[in-house]
Design a protein around this ligand. Structure first.
Ligand SMILES: [Zn+2]
Length: 314
């Protein structure tokens, strides 16, 4: 059986259009410009059997995302095909959707102890959810392949090997961390996922946030059949130059696509997998069909991911 992959949301936090943004791309998306279609926030669903699905991140748009896809609709009076949630980090745009999944008890949540701490003591999503029913948090250990199971403990046929990547802890967690904890970018604040269907060696690598591109990541991507990776910003300073923020992409924990040390140059050293950009910020010019940036990405054989994209691997 292949691993089915469904891109629920291809945008970074804020989505496209972002609620408080009047940049040219948000305005175009708001006005229905076909070159800049709207996008929801970062999440991917995977399934080995096409029936039971695992959400990789739960975005604030999860309600809309589930409504869009019939295979994610309930098949009984109170039921959901969403059988588990796995979190790559505790960012608000990846974890606050858990609050939308509360009725009847949230699905099991797979995350690292560091992310569990963020959601317990920082965002307090887990204590809030527990007021509505049991929440099963199941630990992810970087390097160890996990057998993903539903709430009853049944094997979903999906295997997940998490690995740490250097990005940054969520800003709301920083006041709770010591300086040494905050400086350790491999403490489990940010993961990439290597996913496969049971019985298949073919892997999907999902990395929606990564700042430091290293040889270990290059080797892992090179072994994959499909890569869904961080396309947050095209240039490191695009938000600064546009007057939207004082933060560069790297300060926010993301490698830019373009330039020396950027993701596109890094991907030149990766042979084999289909590569799809996800977690794309509304400032990124690749979101506009026909832009120079879109052409530069596509000329390298890299796809700009879109809500509703489907893949099957294995
Ligand atoms: Zn905007």
């Amino acid at each position: 059986m292949p691993l089915n992959v469904l891109v629920l949301g291809s945008s970074a936090g804020g989505g496209l259009p972002q609620w408080n943004c009047a940049c040219p791309q948000c305005v175009a998306a708001r006005n229905g410009d076909a070159a800049v279609p709207p996008r929801t926030q970062s999440s991917v669903a995977v399934s080995a059997d096409g029936v039971r699905w695992v959400l990789c991140n739960a975005s604030p748009d999860v309600r809309t995302q589930l409504a869009r896809h019939p295979e994610l609709h309930p098949r009984a009076l109170r039921h959901s095909p969403v059988s588990a949630v796995a979190l790559t980090n505790a960012d608000i745009d990846h974890a606050s959707g858990l609050l939308i999944l509360r009725e009847g008890g949230a699905p099991p949540v797979y995350c690292t102890p560091r992310v569990e701490r963020a959601l317990t003591d920082g965002l307090r999503v887990l204590p809030a959810l527990r007021a509505y029913g049991d929440v099963h948090v199941r630990g992810l250990v970087p390097g160890d392949e996990a057998v993903l199971r539903d709430r009853a403990g049944d094997d979903l046929g999906v295997r997940l090997r998490p690995f740490t990547v250097a990005s940054k802890p969520p800003p709301y967690l920083l006041p709770l961390l010591t300086a040494a904890e905050a400086a350790d970018l491999h403490a489990g604040d940010t993961l990439g996922f290597e996913l496969r269907a049971e019985g298949s060696p073919e892997t999907v690598v999902y990395v929606p946030g990564v700042r430091d591109l290293d040889d270990a990541l290059r080797e892992r991507l090179g072994r994959a059949s499909l890569v869904l990776i961080d396309g947050t910003c095209f240039t490191d300073d695009e938000l600064v130059r546009a007057g939207m923020s004082t933060k560069t992409a790297r300060v926010m924990g993301h490698a830019p696509l373009d330039g020396d040390g950027g993701l596109l140059a890094f991907l030149d050293g990766v042979r084999g997998p289909q590569v799809v950009l996800v977690h794309i910020n509304n400032s990124n010019p690749v979101l506009c069909a026909g832009s120079d940036a879109r052409r530069a990405v596509e000329a390298r054989g890299v796809r700009v991911g879109m809500d509703g994209d489907r893949f099957a691997v294995g």
